[in-house]
Design a protein around this ligand. Sequence first.
Ligand SMILES: [Fe+2]
Ligand SMILES: [Fe+2]
Length: 461
Amino acid sequence: MRSSIGLRTKLYLLILPLILVVVLLSGVLSSLAARSVLVPIATRLLAYKAEQLRDYAYSEWEALGALGLSETDEYRAAAEESFRSYATSLLRTESEMILVVDDEGRSVMVIGAVPPADSAGPAADARVRDLSPGWFSGDLLGEDRVGVVFRFDPYGWRVAVTERQAVFFTESQAIVRTHIGISLVATVATIALVWVFVGYVVRPIERLSGTISEVERTQDMSRRVDVEFADEVGLLGDEFNRMISSLEANYSRLEAAIDAETQARELAIAREEETLLLLGRVSDFRDKETAKHLERIGTYTGLLSRLLGHTQEQTDLLRRASALHDIGKVAISDTILLKPGKLTPEEYRAMQQHTVFGYELLKDSKSAYLIKGAEIALTHHEKWDGSGYPKGLVGTEIPLSGRIVAVVDVFDALTSERPYKAAWTPEAARDLIVSERGRHFDPDLVDAFLANFELFREMMG
Ligand SMILES: [Fe+2]
Ligand SMILES: [Fe+2]
């Protein structure tokens, strides 16, 4: 199945996560890098203080020793006081603390930030006693602390120079926060840039595909793509515009050709119809019939055909071809055709040949009308009961066209005036046709004629 996700969405889905990953990763990595530089610096600072304090303690003790005063309680107290004051001078923050315990774990002095009263005590002091000299990190006096421990053996002391962990890492945490802030700003700015950039790249493509679907939907070939740049998409747009212009031109030419063809066909049909009528009149001129007779035969035939449920095309074919029913009379000699009196049996047989002559004349034509005319010419004097001519066909052996023209030809002959007879009334003609139902005429056609007799009467003109 083809994906229906638009190009714009695809680009966002592809680029945005990539940017987020890159920006956040670089933020995290640079924070870690800053931290890896800052923490050793802070550590060295704390170690340096411890070193200073130890050196001071030893130099004091050695000075007392040199003077032979180290065992004197008075001088020792002064030395401890001097140690305390030097230690205090080393403290830089409110949370820094220097803790001194003796070998039994008893607190000798606490310099700097005093931890909450209930967390201080023998257990906490014992913890300092257990610490081995060097760097430590962990719980001390109820707080997370880091620091450096050294031994001062002359007095049996353990000294811890410590700082609260949170304060110790404050600077590096501030740097991490700054990095996160910068990363966020960079992310937002990059997303905004991507938004603008993707729009800039994708808009022409969207415009092109939009126009193509519009043309497809509306079939309106006057639409063109608005080409903005001369890049690859612009080339596509130009190409599409050229193609649609050429299609539009071809389409107009095709429409004009179809129009011309339709007109030509309509003209050809009109001419053919006119020719058929003229052809029919050739025979009727000799028979003293009028053009009106052929028109009425056409009208009645068309009506009966429609009543039988034929299509417009079938009806037109029968209506036009009916004019040719007596075309064969052109081959009948004037002495027979124009004889005022009754025909002899031979003359009557010769007269009957007009059906065959008409058929022979038309049967090989390429025109559907003339071929249908041949069929009608041959069979319009056949009778349903088989007593007609020329072949004596019975019932549905007679083509429907011949059966139809048989009914309407008799109806029109009866209701028309002739030199030897007056015109019958429509009702008298109808009664005769009904009386010939199943004899001369197809019963179904007589029924249709009778049921719609009023229509036939209206069409008599
Ligand atoms: Fe005839
Ligand atoms: Fe006729």
